[in-house]
Design a protein around this ligand. Structure first.
Ligand code: NDP
Length: 445
């Protein structure tokens, strides 16, 4: 007899060495037992077998020439995971750690996240092992142009719509879009999201993932008789998600005392001065250690992971996957943490998630809590199609409503399936049901 356990074993055998992908599949399947009890047809009809197998995986060569005239080579990826509810949609990650297993974990997560937004977008993800650190602007442009010279044939505004992720911000999206437009000789703005405001971008897209995270955490706290006001918050990362999570948290009168980058973290007991972080990270593209030059009362520590030893009420991992393992989870709980909001994708190991839930810590899972970015990307696509431009307030209000409805969906599914307060299971189940039903309706394809 087919079981979820057997499906997981098959995923591990068929995708050897892709440990992040195995982890992501295990995390989702571990929530589906009660769903299968109620709806055995999802298992019997092979819906789950197909769900864990990408529809298409593209791997390509990305040659480019550096500033010294030397030829360089990277590997590019695009995994088009599931198009049951809409065209593939998901970001591009440029980081030396990227390999197929990372892109597949991200693409798999994206299926459920996109489903939760309530908008018609399927799941995909892409990227490259290219390291943008230390590269000149010209090198970044040449790399992006070469990457798009292959990718363009696989994407389209009704086919697959990439966006940013780690190492891919508005500068990179601009270069990618410029090359796409040149090859296609067509202003198809809807083919990429996260574009600049002067050429088809949306207001509030830059802020959306971080703001959305805080909107979700706010809903979760309020449903449990808590608020953000005067809470002490620690945020890992100082990139796009971390910066705008900090901004919105501060607007709700919470106090963010620490942020990090891949080298280390800063602790400012008086509260992080976000303007300084933005100047260092968004304008100068320097290390976070620079912060203490401007604020001498703050402290810098070399080890990024030790950020989780700081006493806080709310922890927001917004850097990368597996940032919080069981050891860090134990320290956070010992120090009195009440809530975790996952801004990054899969920032907690499965063991850490289990431990948080067993200890009744409120956990806002990434699929739901960081869905504001892709939701606003879908709003950008709508504006591009309609050739209109909503104001910042209009987009932000829509984002806020979407995050509230995602919280409601996760909360409702958790209650319906007998796990009230378990938003991890609730988000997995709510995201899964919509996609699984759409797959059933479309037959064996
Ligand atoms: P950025 O590239 O803007 O920032 C990433 C931040 O994380 C940087 O501070 C970076 O430090 C740090 N970081 C990256 N890798 C590591 C590592 N291995 N160890 C420790 N720190 C690391 O990326 P985003 O803010 O866009 O993305 C952050 C997370 O949020 C990712 O998990 C991404 O998948 C997820 N996400 C992003 C969305 C978006 O809209 N951008 C949407 C939904 C999820 P350094 O500068 O030193 O490299």
């Amino acid at each position: 007899m087919k079981t979820l356990e057997k499906i997981l074993q098959k995923v591990i055998e068929k995708n050897p060495g892709e440990k992040e992908f195995h982890q992501a599949v295990e995390e989702v399947l571990s929530s589906l037992e009660p769903v299968i009890k109620k709806h055995p047809e999802f298992l019997e009809e092979g819906i789950i077998d197909r769900l864990v197998e990408p529809e298409r995986q593209i791997i390509f060569r990305v040659p480019w020439v550096d500033d010294n005239g030397e030829p360089q080579l990277n590997r590019g990826f695009r995994v088009q995971f599931n198009s049951a509810i809409g065209p593939y949609k998901g970001g591009l990650r440029f980081h030396p750690s990227v390999y197929l297993g990372i892109i597949k974990f991200l693409g798999f997560e994206q299926i459920f996240k996109n489903s939760l937004t309530g908008l018609p977008i399927g799941g995909g993800k892409g990227g490259s092992d290219f390291d943008p650190k230390g590269k000149s602007n010209g090198e970044i442009m040449k790399f992006c142009q070469s990457f798009m010279t292959e990718l363009y044939r696989h994407i389209g505004k009704d086919i697959d719509i990439p966006a940013g992720d780690i190492g891919v911000g508005s500068r990179e999206i601009g270069y990618l879009y410029g090359q796409y437009k040149r090859i296609k000789n067509s202003f198809d703005a809807g083919v990429l999201t996260g574009k600049g405001l002067t050429y088809g971008g949306s207001f509030a897209r830059k802020e959306a993932t971080g703001y959305g995270l805080i909107y979700f955490v706010k809903e979760m706290l309020e449903a449990n008789n808590q608020t953000l006001k005067n809470k002490t918050i620690v945020i890992s990362g100082s990139g796009n998600v971390a910066i705008y999570a900090c901004e919105k948290a501060q607007q709700y009168d919470a106090k963010v005392v620490a942020m990090s980058d891949s080298k280390g973290y800063i602790y400012d007991k008086n509260g992080i001065k976000l303007d300084t972080i933005k100047q260092i990270k968004e304008v100068e593209r320097k290390r976070i250690s620079e912060y203490i030059k401007y604020h001498t009362e703050a402290k810098y520590h070399e080890c990024q992971k030790d950020i989780w030893s700081i006493k806080c009420d709310i922890a927001l991992p917004c850097a990368t996957q597996n940032d919080i393992d069981i050891n860090q989870a134990q320290v956070l709980i010992k120090n009195g943490v009440i809530a975790i909001g996952e801004g990054a994708n899969m920032p907690c190991t499965n063991e850490a998630i289990k431990f948080f839930l067993e200890n009744n810590i409120l956990l806002a899972p990434a699929k739901a809590a960081n869905a504001g970015g892709v939701a606003t990307s879908a709003l950008e696509m709508s504006q591009d199609s309609m050739r209109i431009c909503w104001t910042f307030e209009e987009v932000d209000n829509k984002l806020h409503e979407i995050m509230k409805s995602i919280f409601k969906a996760a909360d409702k599914a958790a209650k319906e399936y007998g796990m009230p307060g378990n938003y991890v299971a609730g988000a997995n189940i709510a995201g899964f049901l919509k996609v699984a039903n759409a797959m059933r309706a479309q037959g064996i394809v």
